[in-house]
Design a protein around this ligand. Structure first.
Ligand code: IDP
Length: 148
């Protein structure tokens, strides 16, 4: 089953929307397989955002993501990578549709509440950066018979 890495960023933690965000993915039918509240070390932040190293906002991005705790998660389900991106909304909250997480809770691109892997390759890479294998829990939920 497809897995993705999702993370409530420091602004989302401070804004008290961890529960709301977890609830949206639960109600959609996805299954939580790993989660932790953590502070991101600078080195991990630089690895995670490595593709943006040359961008002018890279320093700001690393400072922001390390500025307070984040809530890191692994979710699984059919098409979870692309569906989670739709549920998150556009990168810049000003362009994000109402009803999406960024559309409902954010105002500016530098504080857009949530991160989500954008491809199968980045999902594997990001899950590996943030979680050890033994931190991911495989389990059956009978309700899946009513989802699939
Ligand atoms: P994504 O998070 O929707 O995948 P990316 O383009 O991968 O978007 O950018 C990573 C993160 O970098 C964004 O979520 C946003 O927080 C931040 N970011 C993107 N563009 C800017 C910018 O122009 N200024 C400040 N931060 C930015």
């Amino acid at each position: 089953m497809e897995k993705t890495f999702l993370m409530v960023k420091p602004d989302g933690v401070q804004r008290n929307v961890i529960g709301e965000i977890v609830s949206r993915f639960e109600r959609k039918g996805f299954q939580l397989v790993g989660a932790k509240l953590m502070s991101i070390p600078t080195e991990l932040a630089e690895q995670h955002y490595g593709e943006h190293k040359e961008r002018p906002f890279f320093g700001e991005l690393v400072d922001f993501i390390t500025s307070g705790p984040v809530f890191a998660m692994v979710w699984q389900g059919e098409n979870v990578i692309s569906t989670a991106r739709q549920m998150m909304g556009s990168t810049n909250p000003k362009d994000a549709a109402a009803g999406t997480i960024r559309g409902d809770f954010g105002l500016i691109v530098g504080k857009n509440i949530i991160h989500g892997s954008d491809s199968p390759e980045s999902a594997v890479r990001e899950i590996g950066l943030f979680f050890k294998n033994e931190e991911l829990v495989e389990y059956n939920k009978n309700i899946n018979e009513w989802i699939y």
